[in-house]
Design a protein around this ligand. Structure first.
Ligand code: ATP
Length: 621
């Protein structure tokens, strides 16, 4: 069964071993390190060096502390020669200052790195999302991964960077303390292990609890989040109200939110219990440490000053260990999300078409489809197009007609090079489209679609985005495109004309009607100016007057170009050089309007039905 969007990590073991936990941390760390290498390798290396130095400073402060303590104790009970202590005391103060400086420099660099990691990782995600072939977006698994990577992976990458810096700093602190103890007396190192073991065990136990509960936490969070998004998004707001779905949404939200709340309470209580045990055990560890130190003192294996330092070192190592464990917890959790990101980038990169091949002809003379079939990803056994052969000559205009779902849009996208055939071949002037560079193919095509993109930018940008690199210094091409498409009538009504922001999501923004957006889309197509024009139901949302106006402008757009028109309004295709009638993905009729009417087949039947429906004269034949 397909896993739902919110499901994640259901295969987590119920009793993960230390190795499984370490592996999970690795899932978070590896991608962070790889992004860090690209984002700011020098600063990342500097952080490691600074932390190494901070670890060394910990060792030095502990050793200097022993020295100060030793000299103080040597003068007990009086304090006759304070000068003897002054030297190491000053050094100790200096070393503490150095450590402080190193720690704050590390914190600053961490603050510098985290947003950079986010930015670089986000850009990498956008790069592959923009570059993968269009068919990826028809693959539900791809889409699901993309959103998981974008919604969560990115955010956690940033958090994991901070956690990694802090975990490293804690690790070097423990290391620094261990080194000082080893220096003072070799037996103190096992003592440190004994002292830290109970706390380490408790932290591991807590981590295990969290790890096991993680999959459920994430699944429930995603479920609740989905409903939260529906409740707060502008796009869903009208339909929720029209369908009176408010209570339904809230009930769905509540169902997962209450389950999440109960689950978190349960985890929290278990965590608190584990923490209690941890503190009890760490108390026991401390007692054991004192006992062992007492015995070592008694046996005269070490002096009082060394014993005092050992206590300090063990306490500081224990604090650092707790910090390390907290950071490890964070990394466990983030590892799950970050692996979403990493998997997405890896898989998608293999679905980006390389920019190799030959340039497409400037003005393609003939586009040929030979036995073309197409199947959407994940639609095994269901062909959207089957065995289509047709030829499109330069300057010709063809129409694709047929019932809903017959394959018209799919065919148009194949002709425009957005999809590639699952079988058969498409050739531009005899060269297989796969051998042409994707960029040069795209460059030769204009597409005006039924539901054009509504760029949340100014009206000017909305048109210029048709070919954003076009040099148009005095905006003459822009104005021409607007006049020919009659988009200038729309622009004239806008409060700030061309500069009006076309989005209601921002203050001062303005929305347009479906028909007005459509005119801008036609203007965009005119401004794009390419030899092959594909019009996929460009007038579907328009009223009769606007439709007429748009067709007028489309006629201008079609002049001297090769045109593929998809429409349900058969009256608009009567002048096409050739009409192709599709049924369930197959070409069943083709010819000029008059020929098809004479054939009296499916096209003629549909045409008559439409003329009857619209009360028009059937003067077709
Ligand atoms: N992204 C997709 N993923 C899977 N199947 C799809 C996808 N898009 C379309 N299809 C299927 O492919 C077939 C052809 O769809 P297409 O959109 O090309 O038809 P159409 O003739 O343009 O329809 P309409 O007139 O409704 O726009 C349909 O069966 C449709 O369900």
């Amino acid at each position: 069964m397909e896993r739902p969007y919110w499901h994640l990590g259901g295969d987590a073991p119920t009793h993960p071993g230390v190795l499984a936990l370490v592996r999970r941390v690795g899932l978070a760390v590896r991608p962070v390190v790889s992004v860090l290498r690209r984002a700011s390798p020098r600063v990342a290396a500097a952080v490691v060096v600074l932390q190494l130095l901070a670890g060394a400073a910990t060792t030095s402060t502990l050793l200097l502390g022993t020295e100060v303590l030793g000299r103080l104790l040597a003068q007990a009970p009086g304090f006759s020669q304070p000068r003897v202590v002054l030297g190491p005391l000053l050094l100790l103060g200096l070393m503490l200052l150095v450590k402080l400086g190193l720690d704050s420099a590390t914190a600053m660099m961490g603050a510098y790195l985290a947003p950079r990691v986010h930015r670089v990782a986000e850009e990498a995600l956008f790069r592959v999302s923009l570059d993968v072939e269009l068919a990826c977006f028809d693959d539900p698994a791809f889409y699901d991964r993309l959103h998981r990577a974008r919604d969560r992976g990115l955010m956690h990458l940033e958090g994991a960077t901070t956690a990694l810096v802090e975990a490293l700093s804690a690790l070097f602190s423990v290391g620094g303390a261990a080194l000082a103890l080893l220096w003072l007396h070799p037996l103190l190192l096992p003592l440190l292990v004994v002292a830290l073991l109970p706390e380490g065990w408790a932290a591991l136990h807590a981590a295990r609890l969290q790890y096991v509960g993680m999959a459920t936490t994430i699944s429930l969070t995603r479920q609740a989040q989905m409903m939260a998004e529906l409740a707060t998004q502008r796009e869903s707001a009208p339909e929720i109200r029209a369908n009176q779905a408010q209570d339904y949404i809230l009930a769905e939200y509540r169902q997962s939110a209450v389950a999440l709340q109960d689950h978190l309470v349960h985890l929290g209580l278990l965590g608190a219990k584990a923490a209690l045990w941890g503190r009890l055990m760490s108390g026991l560890g401390l007692v054991a440490t004192f006992v062992a130190l007492g015995m070592m003192l008694h046996a005269q294996w070490l002096g009082l000053a060394v014993a005092g330092t050992a206590v300090m070192a063990i306490r500081s190592a224990s604090t650092a260990l707790t910090q390390l464990m907290v950071m490890m917890h964070g990394l466990f959790e983030k590892g799950l999300y970050i692996s979403d990101y990493r998997e997405f980038i890896e898989e998608s990169s293999s679905r980006v078409r390389p920019p190799s091949g030959v340039e497409a002809p400037e003005q393609p003379g003939r586009i040929e489809l030979q036995g073309v079939s197409f199947q959407y990803p994940g639609q095994e056994g269901r062909l959207a197009l089957r065995d289509i052969s047709l030829t499109l000559e330069a300057g010709q205009s063809i129409a694709l007609v047929g019932e809903n779902g017959s394959g018209k849009s799919t065919l148009a996208r194949l002709i425009g090079g957005l999809y590639h055939p699952s079988a058969g071949r498409i050739a531009w002037d005899g060269v297989d489209v796969r051998e042409l560079t994707p960029d040069s193919v795209a460059d030769r095509v204009v597409m005006v679609l039924q539901d054009p993109i509504r760029w949340p930018r100014s009206a000017r940008d909305n048109v210029r985005l048709g070919r954003h690199r076009r040099v148009d210094p005095d905006a003459r091409a822009l104005r021409e495109a607007a006049e020919q498409s009659r988009a200038h009538e729309v622009i004239d009504t806008l409060p700030r004309g061309w500069e009006t922001l076309l989005s209601r999501q921002f203050l001062g923004g303005q929305d347009l009607s479906g028909g007005q957006w459509q005119r801008l889309a036609v203007a965009r197509g005119l401004y794009r100016d390419a030899p092959l024009v594909i019009l996929d139901e460009p007038t579907a949302p328009l009223d009769a007057k606007a439709e007429h106006a748009v067709y007028e402008s489309l006629r201008k757009l079609a002049r001297g170009r090769t045109v593929v028109l998809i429409t349900h309004r058969l009256a608009s295709v009567r002048n096409a050089d050739r009409i192709y009638f599709l049924e369930r993905g197959a070409l069943v009729e083709q010819g000029r309007h008059e020929e098809l009417m004479r054939e009296n087949g499916r096209y003629a039947e549909l045409y008559r039905l439409q003329t009857k429906l619209h009360g028009l004269d059937d003067d077709s034949e």
